[in-house]
Write a protein that binds this ligand. Structure first.
Ligand code: ATP
Length: 234
């Protein structure tokens, strides 16, 4: 496995947000975590990227225990994240935002910039516009583009479809598929379970800090409980 989350428990003060979550992500896969509000999806991603400490359990990346590795080292090791709420630098131009994504990397970034512009032609057109004046969907593209500039081995995406118009949602999922096809492993958290299950190879369902189901994504699309709870088509 490229990334293994083993039985992790995570607390906010006295509140247990994760109560023993185990998730595996293989090289080349798209894996999705679905679940209701507050199930612990964002917390899982933040713990993988090192923004939240573990109470117990462990996280393994490329066979190494990274549970206590600081976040910036995890980024340098190949764990990239486009956070929920985008988190781009509003006063910097699109181009500057993209260069920031590559700050921890060695070597030329021209080829990566070219690839990001191929995936997101809109970012190329708007390269000199301040990030903060881009539309919601464009900022989402910028956040993903910036994460790609670090050339991650695994890309963590938190709610990439949040706040997007239906047409853009389809577009962003198509782009995630293309990013994966070009060789990046993806772990994506989504409220939009239908689209996420169509996109992913495998999926985990989280409920109040626990994994209650894991299966090939296609199987969950046909699972009566999942359909009733998350797809509104019971
Ligand atoms: P959503 O889909 O609504 O973003 P989620 O599945 O991503 O939900 P988390 O954000 O991981 O859920 O939250 C898991 C639990 O941890 C929730 O009960 C939430 O209230 C709690 N929690 C999250 N962040 C904090 C915080 N900073 N302080 C206290 N509790 C928190």
């Amino acid at each position: 496995m490229l990334l293994e989350i083993r039985d992790i428990h995570v607390h906010y003060g006295n509140i247990a947000a994760l109560k023993g979550v185990t998730v595996e992500v293989g090289e080349g896969e798209i894996v999705t975590l679905i679940g209701a509000n507050g199930a612990g999806k964002t917390t899982t991603l933040k713990t993988i990227s090192g923004l939240r400490p573990l109470t117990s359990g462990s996280i393994w990346f490329e066979g190494r225990d990274i549970s206590r590795m600081p976040g910036h080292k995890r980024l340098m090791a190949g764990i990239g994240q486009a956070p929920e709420g985008r988190g781009i630098f509003p006063g910097m131009s699109v181009l500057e935002n993209l260069y920031m994504g590559a700050y921890a990397r060695k070597g030329s970034v021209d080829k990566d910039l070219q690839e990001v512009f191929e995936l997101f032609p809109r970012l190329a057109e708007r390269r000199n516009q301040p990030g903060g004046t881009m539309s919601g969907g464009e900022q989402q593209m910028l956040a993903i583009g910036r994460a790609l500039m670090a050339r991650p081995r695994v890309l963590l995406l938190d709610e990439p479809s949040m706040g997007l118009a239906p047409m853009l949602i389809q577009q962003i999922f198509t782009i995630i598929e293309e990013i994966n096809r070009r060789g990046t492993t993806v772990l994506v958290v989504e409220q939009n379970a239908q689209q996420a299950l169509q996109l992913a190879h495998r999926a985990y369902v989280l409920e109040t800090g626990r994994v209650v189901k894991s299966a090939p994504a296609r199987e969950l699309l046909d699972d009566p409980e999942v359909r009733a709870a998350y797809l509104g088509t019971g």
